[in-house]
Design a binder for this molecule. Structure first.
Ligand code: FE2
Length: 334
């Protein structure tokens, strides 16, 4: 069943403009099932129409081209899907965006940030029961007070599910492209899927519904953090990605998530200090933890350093951390 045939479709711009009727509909949907279908404004439609053929070209290009952008931030590949993953805003690594569509992609990233900022503003009191200032105390990098926290970002993902007709021999494919789950963050906006696969769960009817296709419709869903903040009033939108009935057509999808600080780390062993200017990593070889400062607002470099420290088995330490005067790790000695 198609979600947009079965459920009300709210224009995203009406929500962003805080139309009482649109906010009420969204609230009802998020309380009921944690997701809502929205119609997208032209600015998203235009960007996605420009980008999607270029994204398809990139994913179907040869490994040599894609590997230029290989990384946790940038392009990654597994048996059943490829992903372009970024943190947006002040943390956007421009050089990790494929050159062929860099300019448009940056526009899309900025559009997501503007939209998520407006979405939080419009929903803050009526849906989350919070004043605008309350968000600054919470653990969302995008909503931190910019004077204390220079890095403000969301997470932006493009997934390319291969849906291969004949997967490589011995490939351990999962039973589904993505099993049923809810996201950890506050709220997500999904703006595109090129072919069927995404399904949303409606706890009231106990049924799965197909997400909308194409450029004009999208989805808003709330995550665990939204449910926690509202003491369970809002549901976390449960979703999954299934294989299509006929294999052979890859599926492209694009979404952004207003994430928690914790989500941006590959492991929960990394923690922020109190004002989020430093990353603290337990040192398994000694009593004192490693401290990695975020320098010149460059969050992705700090995370990279932190990840390397965390993943460094002692026997294979090829690089020694280099420290600043305060004993914080600022890089590595070769
Ligand atoms: Fe998800």
């Amino acid at each position: 069943m198609l979600a947009n045939e079965h459920f009300s479709v709210t224009p995203l711009d009406s929500i962003l403009n805080a139309s009482p009727e649109a906010i009420q509909t969204l609230h009802k949907e998020l309380v009921r099932k944690g997701w809502a279908v929205v119609s997208l404004p032209d600015r998203f439609v235009g960007l996605t129409q420009d980008l999607s053929p270029q994204l398809q070209d990139f994913f179907s290009s040869e490994y040599k081209n894609k590997s230029l952008y290989l990384g946790k931030i940038g392009w990654s590949n597994s048996t059943h899907k490829e992903v372009l993953h970024y943190t947006t805003g002040t943390s956007l690594s421009i050089e990790k965006i494929p050159e062929s569509f860099r300019e448009t992609f940056v526009k899309l990233s900025n559009e997501f940030d503007d939209t998520l900022a407006r979405l939080v503003k419009a929903t803050s009191e009526p849906i989350f029961h919070l004043q605008e200032n309350d968000w600054k105390q919470k653990e969302f990098p995008f909503l931190h007070d910019p004077t204390d926290h220079p890095n403000r970002f969301n997470m932006l993902d493009v997934a390319y599910y291969k849906n291969a007709e004949s997967p490589p021999a011995n490939a351990q494919l999962p039973t589904q492209n993505c099993v049923a789950h809810h996201d950890p963050g506050l709220i997500s906006l999904s703006i595109y899927q090129s072919s069927p696969g995404l399904q949303l769960f409606d706890p009231e009817s106990n049924l799965w519904y197909d997400g909308p296709l194409g450029y004009e419709f999208g989805l808003i869903w709330t995550g665990q953090a939204a449910s926690d903040i509202t003491q369970g009033e809002l549901k976390s939108g449960v979703h999954q990605v299934v294989y299509p009935a006929t294999l052979g057509t890859p599926r492209l999808s694009i979404w952004a998530e207003l994430c928690t600080s914790e989500q941006t780390f590959s492991t929960k062993n990394m923690k922020w200090n109190e004002n989020c200017t430093k990353i603290v990593i337990p040192n398994v070889f000694g009593s004192k933890p490693y401290i990695v400062p975020v320098m010149n607002g460059d969050l992705s470099s700090a995370i990279k350093t932190a990840e390397r420290l965390l993943g460094m088995p002692r026997s294979k330490v090829m690089l020694r951390p280099s420290f600043n005067e305060d004993g914080e790790v600022i890089g590595f000695n070769r």
